[in-house]
Design a protein around this ligand. Structure first.
Ligand code: ZN
Ligand code: ZN
Length: 345
């Protein structure tokens, strides 16, 4: 398996972001990312710039819809008209182009001090055919955390990660409900805009692109090393996202290169997104050998509820029940690693 790590859900100057695609890619190269996915609002204008920039693979999708039901559409080549009221039509349109899409920031609370409290939630949970859910949107969570102005200014100037607590619990709950019936993929999005926090005379760019590229990223497991041919590499990235061979990693807490989570039995080793058949010798292993066990908390969830919890940097258990298993790791209580499930049937 080959690991690549990148950032998803980025706005460039083709919509309301503050930098060009090559400049954004340069910021990603500076922090060592392998890929980034730009998703400007209502446009694929950046598509001709797709490819390698500064050694970083840049993929271009789009964020569809305006007032609600924001949807990140990847792997499409023609723009798709908004349909805020009927998101199923845009999900279908993305799938018809052979693309895949993610429900973005579904449970925003909003802040009275940012964007006048406006939110862009997802309501239509009867929708079908989406590839996954953005369970953690960094900027959205930051905004939700600003309920008092003084606190907001303190965070803006001194502690930008203050309101950050990990994936949105409601989004994870929804994700866990769905993955008990069908496979979908959880991702983190930065929603990077180089956005400025304004209050009276105070204004500050809290989250430059480079800062956000050091926060919640998505690590993908590839069968082969990432191709130097951009079209082939695009296929590798989108396949990993489609099949759930992905985990979220918050780089503010650590790089976590040594992390692994797998299930094994007589038939072989099963990785993220895989389906294993339950046998008498099915074991689940989590390893994080380079992290100090003292401050590490490994939580394993089965069908969305707590199954095992351990303060350690590695653990292994026998599995006796079918179900959907995923892992969450916190270091010094800070949100670090959140995997997609391995399915045991
Ligand atoms: Zn959005
Ligand atoms: Zn966005």
């Amino acid at each position: 398996m080959h690991l690549v790590t990148g950032n998803i859900h980025i706005h460039s100057s083709y919509s309301d972001g503050a930098a060009t695609i090559p400049d954004i890619a340069a910021a990603a190269a500076k922090v060592g990312l392998d890929y980034i996915i730009v998703t400007d609002h209502q446009t694929l204008a950046g598509l001709p710039e797709e490819g390698y920039h500064h050694g970083v693979l840049v993929l271009v999708g789009t964020e569809i819809n305006r007032t609600k039901h924001h949807y990140l559409a990847l792997g499409i080549s023609r723009e798709i008209a908004d349909n805020d009221q009927k998101p199923q039509t845009i999900i279908d349109a993305v799938n018809q182009q052979g693309g895949l899409g993610f429900i973005a920031h579904p449970f925003e609370k909003g802040s009275p001090f940012v964007l006048d409290g406006i939110t862009y939630p997802w309501h239509d949970w009867n929708a079908q055919g989406f590839a996954g859910i953005e369970v953690w949107n960094w900027c959205s969570q930051w905004r939700d955390g600003i309920q008092k102005m003084l606190k907001g200014l303190f965070y803006a100037y001194f502690k930008p990660e203050g309101p950050i607590s990990g994936p949105c619990p409601q989004a994870l709950e929804r994700f866990d409900q769905i993955t008990q019936k069908q496979k979908i993929t959880a991702i983190a999005g930065s929603d990077a805009h180089n956005w400025r926090f304004r209050y009276g005379p105070f204004q500050r760019c809290i989250f430059p692109y480079e800062y956000l590229f050091r926060t919640a990223n998505n690590s993908l497991l590839l069968e082969e090393p990432l191709s130097q041919d951009a079209q082939a590499a695009k296929k590798q990235i989108l396949t990993a996202l489609r099949t759930g061979r992905a985990y979220i990693i918050n780089h503010l807490v650590g790089k976590g290169e040594s992390f692994s989570f797998f299930i094994a039995n007589e038939s072989g080793v099963f990785n993220l997104g895989d389906t294993a058949t339950l046998t008498a010798n099915t074991t689940l292993s989590v390893r994080c050998p380079f992290a100090s066990p003292r401050h590490l908390s490994i939580t394993i969830l089965r069908n969305g509820t707590l199954w095992r919890q351990e303060q350690s940097n590695r653990c292994a258990y026998q599995i006796k029940e079918k179900g959907t298993y995923r892992v969450e790791i916190r270091q010094k209580k800070k949100p670090w690693i959140f995997t997609n499930p391995i399915y045991v049937v």
